[in-house]
Each structure stands twice: as structure tokens, then as C-alpha cells.
Design a protein around this ligand. Structure first.
Ligand SMILES: [Fe+2]
Length: 246
């Protein structure tokens, strides 16, 4: 099981730019993002630890693509956008030296990193962000059957926005470059990991939407994740439909 999202990304070069910064969001998405107070906080995160902000952009790109595949299930697009951009904002509370460390973290350092969901939720709540955005920051490391953090509750009892972010966050963490302790894996391998953990770690609906979304060519996602043509050649999946819960 290789699903360890959002932990200690480094600031090493990424993708073709060599600057660790993914390609821009689609134009319409940036227009919405620029109108959001969330962008200022993302700027602060970029200043604190650029790789964490780049990761947030990639997660946002994946979630916007998922929304385009299944808007009824993903729900309000603007809430999803802000939640995606700011899901790791709590890393502002983690020293940049820890986030950028290329050494194995000791117990105290790891505990600081694992506090980022609660730190982010506290920050966003204090700034008046919507409750679902706060919840996504707090619960994006929870698991479908429980045992994640910070609460360990089964994710089915938590807001669905957090479960959607959890799937995209884990997927991006597996495929993006710049991780201190492991090389990125292929999109196909990452989707296989997500599929293997669907129903245990991940909400099966969002795992299926991710697979279906990446079965279709998307220039924005392809550029962000440095995909080549072969990685789009995956069998299409059925997108599950149903009312949004929680
Ligand atoms: Fe995180």
C-alpha cells in the first residue's frame, strides 16, 4: 500500500518547467480561483514551501476534471475549488525545514506534519471559510473504513468533499515528482492502488470517478501530471451516480 498523501514533499524540480510548478489551471478555473480569498492563502503556502503549493494546484486540477466528469456527485464547484486549493494550508504551521527535509522525520517532526489537517481547519475556520472547506482540510487524511487521521472515524460519516479531496490527494501524491523517499509511480499504477483501496481507504464512488476521469484525454491534466499518450489508453469505467451524502 503506497498511499501516503501530502507528506513532506520537497522543492525539487518537477515536470518540464524545472521549477517544481505545474502547468496553469484551465482559464475558467483560474478566473474562479482569482475571485476567491483562497488564492491569497495559497500564495502564502507557496512562499512557505513551494512544493506543497504545487501539489495543491495538481490536486485542484484533478478535482476539477473529476467535477467535469460527474458534477452532480462532486457538488458545488466553487466549494470544491477552494477546498482543493487549501486542503494542505495547515502546512503553514509546519516548519519549512521539516517539509523540505530529505531525511527521515523523527517522531516529533512526523507528529507536527500529521497535525496539518487540524491546523489548516483552525486557520480556515478563523478566516471565515465555508464549513465544507474547513471540513475538507480537517478530514482529507481520513479513510473510508476509518483509521485515518485526525479522528480515525469512518469517512462515510464525514463530509463528502473531504472524501473527494482524499482520493485526488492520494493519487497526485503517488504520481508527482519531488518526494523525498520515493520515486513517482505511473498513472496506471497509481490508479491500480486507488482501485485496490477503494472501499477501504477511499470512497468507492470517488475512486471510480477518478478512474473514469483519467480514461479521457485532458490537456490540462496531462500537462500537470506529465502524462504521455499511452497513459490515456485505459479502458473506460462507468461513472457511478447518486445523491451526495453528508
Ligand atoms: Fe495533507
Amino acid at each position: 500500500m503506497n498511499v501516503t498523501s501530502g507528506e513532506a514533499a520537497t522543492s525539487q524540480p518537477a515536470f518540464g518547467s524545472g521549477h517544481g510548478w505545474p502547468s496553469p489551471l484551465p482559464r475558467g478555473t483560474w478566473i474562479a480561483a482569482c475571485a476567491s480569498p483562497g488564492l491569497a492563502w495559497l500564495g502564502r503556502l507557496r512562499h512557505h514551501h513551494e512544493a506543497s503549493a504545487a501539489h495543491a494546484i495538481r490536486v485542484t486540477q484533478v478535482l476539477m476534471a473529476m467535477w467535469a466528469c460527474a458534477p452532480e456527485t462532486l457538488g458545488d464547484r466553487e466549494a470544491l475549488l477552494v477546498a482543493a486549493l487549501l486542503h494542505d494550508i495547515g502546512k503553514l504551521a509546519v516548519p519549512a525545514s521539516i517539509l523540505a527535509s530529505d531525511k527521515r522525520l523523527d517522531a516529533a517532526e512526523a507528529a507536527l506534519v500529521r497535525r496539518h489537517p487540524e491546523a489548516g481547519a483552525e486557520l480556515l475556520r478563523g478566516q471565515g471559510f465555508a464549513p465544507e472547506v474547513v471540513a475538507a482540510a480537517r478530514h482529507h487524511h481520513e479513510r473510508w473504513q476509518g483509521g485515518g487521521y485526525p479522528t480515525g472515524l469512518p469517512a462515510a460519516r464525514l463530509p463528502s468533499l473531504a472524501r473527494a479531496v482524499a482520493v485526488a490527494d492520494a493519487f497526485v501524491a503517488m504520481v508527482e515528482p519531488g518526494r523525498a523517499y520515493r520515486q513517482p509511480i505511473t498513472v496506471a499504477s497509481a490508479l491500480a492502488e486507488i482501485d485496490a483501496c477503494s472501499g477501504t481507504h477511499f470512497d468507492p464512488r470517488f475512486a471510480a470517478i477518478l478512474a473514469a476521469c483519467l480514461a479521457r484525454p485532458s490537456p490540462a491534466i496531462g500537462a500537470a501530471l506529465a502524462l504521455d499518450g499511452d497513459e490515456w489508453a485505459m479502458p473506460p469505467r462507468t461513472i457511478p451516480q447518486g445523491p451526495q451524502d453528508a
